[in-house]
Design a protein around this ligand. Structure first.
Ligand code: PLP
Length: 341
């Protein structure tokens, strides 16, 4: 059985959270002389520490209640906070499936946590047998699953992931940065069912707001409360909250842009298949393709000379590059450049 209190680092359990001026008085009308703010200017006031206006928009757009929603300074803050809430430095362990998002490695390193990497199978799906022996390790506190996975592009099998959530006694984070591009089901439908499940999404990709640094975590309210306790009080700037609210208010426009990206993606796939240098294109549930070439370093360097920058993943997956779907013109120039190699 999953017991949240036993999973939390004892210093975090005992921590008394910082109480800001905006925590202690939450009304919006009045003469505010409580936060040592400057009385003049446009951006002179501290932002809402719990981003209530933004969370209302998230409820409308994604259907998840504010009490089940945490907003981080990018998903990267969500990942780091989970390490800090649940993992004792130099003692505990975290597990992920490789190859995957390299930020997990960095966060583990910063927090002095051993990251166990269980290789995905040849179709980049989870190998349940390979993970089994780790699940009973009492030092293992957190499992990170990227779905759709970066850089492979695919989603691991839903039932396999649910089995892990069900059997593991620690926290499972499903990183759904690319879920809006996928037709696969989001794991947010399971947050009420599993008290150890955290699902993260971001406004950086499908919502087109990478500059604003808005990451979201969805989970039961006990986990959300812990993340709020540990985060810096004003982790999302007022400017960024405003940009995110405006993006949600323009929902229709963003949906259209996403549909356009999916149209461009289908065309890019057809054209990539017809180029000689490309030897394999992996199935993608995201806005990018993992592409195997005859010689990835050569392809990468030739493209750079033509001022087209893709991600060389040759040192992660032999002879592979990762290509983001661009606009129609960008994709066309890429194809022409590939055909000239
Ligand atoms: C791009 C990406 C993110 C987004 O991170 P932000 O900090 O929200 O911009 C998260 N996870 C994965 C796997 C990504 O590729």
């Amino acid at each position: 059985m999953f017991e949240l209190d036993k999973m939390i680092r004892s210093n975090i359990l005992q921590l008394k959270a910082y109480s800001s001026a905006r925590n202690e008085f939450t009304g919006t009308n009045g003469i505010f002389l409580d936060a040592n703010e400057n009385p003049y200017g446009k951006w002179n006031r501290y932002p809402d520490p719990y981003q209530r206006g933004l969370k209302r928009e998230i409820t409308k757009a994604i259907g998840i209640q504010p009490k089940n929603t945490f907003i981080g300074n990018g998903s990267d803050e969500v990942i780091d906070l989970l390490f800090r809430v649940f993992c004792n430095p130099s003692t505990d362990k975290v597990l992920t499936f490789s190859p995957t998002y390299s930020m997990y490695d960095v966060s583990a390193g910063i927090n002095d946590i051993e990251l166990i990497k269980v290789p995905l199978n040849e179709s980049f799906d989870i190998d349940l047998e390979a993970v089994q022996s780790h699940l009973s390790d009492s030092k293992l506190k957190l499992i990170l699953i990227c779905s759709p996975n970066n850089p492979t592009g695919n989603c691991p099998d839903f039932e396999k992931v649910e089995r892990i959530i069900k059997t593991f006694k620690g926290i499972v984070l499903i990183d759904e940065a690319y879920i809006n591009f996928s037709e696969k089901q989001s794991f947010t439908c399971l947050i009420e069912k599993y008290p150890n499940l955290v699902v993260s999404q971001t406004m950086s990709k499908a919502w087109g707001l990478a500059a604003a640094r808005i990451g979201m975590a969805f989970a039961n309210s006990n986990i959300i409360d812990l993340l709020n306790k540990v985060k810096p009080p004003y982790n999302i700037s007022g400017l960024n909250q405003k940009a995110a609210i405006e993006a949600f208010e323009m929902g229709e426009e963003f949906l259209k842009r996403k549909e356009q990206i999916l149209v461009n993606k289908a065309k890019l796939l057809t054209n990539l298949k017809n180029t000689d240098v490309v030897t394999k294109i992996y199935p993608s549930d995201s806005n990018f393709f993992l592409v195997e070439c005859k010689d990835a370093d050569k392809v990468y360097n030739t493209l750079v000379k033509k001022k087209i920058i893709v991600r060389n993943r040759n040192n992660v997956i032999k002879n592979c590059i990762r290509i983001t779907v661009g606009n129609a013109d960008e994709n066309q120039l890429l194809i022409e450049a590939l055909e000239s190699i």
